[in-house]
Design a protein around this ligand. Sequence first.
Ligand code: SIN
Length: 487
Amino acid sequence: MRHVPGDLLKGGHLVGGRWVGAAGGGAAEVANPATDEVLATVPWGGGEDARRAVDAAAAALPEWRARTAAERAEPLRRLASLMLERREDLALLMTLEQGKPLAEARGEVAYAASFVDWAAEEGKRLYGELVPSSHRDKRILVLRQPLGVTAAITPWNFPAAMITRKLGPALAAGCAMVVKPAPQTPLSALAVGALAEEAGIPPGVVNVVCGDAEAIGDALLADPRVRKLSFTGSTEVGRILMAKAARNLTRLSLELGGHAPFLVFDDADVDAAVAGLLASKYRNMGQTCVCPNRILVQGGVYEAFVDRLAGAVAALKVGPGWEEGVRIGPLVDDEAVAKVERHVRDAVSKGARLRAGGERVRPGAGLADRFFAPTVLEDFTPDMELSHEETFGPVSPVRRFETEEEALELANDSPYGLASYFYTRDAARLIRVAEALEYGIVGANDGAPSTAQAPFGGVKHSGFGREGGRYVMDEYVNVKYVSWGGL
Ligand code: SIN
């Protein structure tokens, strides 16, 4: 197998343009979830590391903020290009530390670069307004100005894209950022930091610190210089961060858990629906916030849909992500596999019927015990854990419905509101159902709605704030007005 080139394999925090150890001297190993092989050692920092990174960001801010949007766009576009030029290396690094199949990792690198590229251009459209006043001698001038120092706490499931969808717009708006990546996947984050340096983004505008989430998060939220924290992760942690953010009234974007419904109506193209579900549910081994967790299929196409789905799922190749043709890699850690196993056992013990998978598998010698066969379960019911808790694994629970009204009631019966999906060929139903679904994202005949051009984000317990589209820029600016009198 190829090796990741040393210039992308960083073993230090990136603070103020320098690669440094943790303030307290701590270090942590990063291991390949498919084999347990240690890939690298990174610093394990805490509050002091976060404060130093904020110092560096605050020092870099004035010069960066003073640039024109076009001057900021130039190194940002270079960063996006470098990510694409180094796509193979970044993808291999991602597969090795996170487990996703190489083809998906390549896709994520392109997805990650697209957020930087998109934001670089959107930064040029941070228009103000001249608003007519009710007084003849006045005008109202509205300005959108960068927030200042910002922070991002990012998850392991998309080790590069969840950083750049925050970092790109923050920088394009004129903010500096401190990034705290997940402990499972710091290497991809540090590699993005290394490319940001190479792209010519000034030292201190991008900082990356790894380590204790609570200590770093607390330090970031205790520091009044940090004007915004963008977090992607669980609803549970989102609530804690929100309570702590109250102290300095730190602005938040929270992209939290989901429990997506996936509806298939009698008038759907069943093959397209199966393909959409495969793309959405089994992407990243089901470890996404947007993947379907409740598959609801109307009676007329139920048997055809489940038969085709079970056949297609049983054919998905399981193995280490770097092996040709693999669609299902290892889950990220032991806790993740244990949760999937618990959900499947609980469902089966309460009457669900297994149509594919259902257990751990060992796809080769020398591999870790973290591979779970892609699974299809029929007849899930509300008393099963997987009916209301995110499984975060390759499991499709399916059940039947009879009417559109029943489907919508079941689909909206969740405290979460991130993504939802449905398949129909009826144009009137398409609009009706899209409007009735209480979710921030609706895939209508589309299992892959995520893109840099769209405003990604949730409602209810899935959080608030939007990432992508033109909307994301508002997350990183203050709106100020100047009441201009004496005209
Ligand atoms: C997520 O699962 O958190 C993000 C998925 C996406 O961007 O499509």
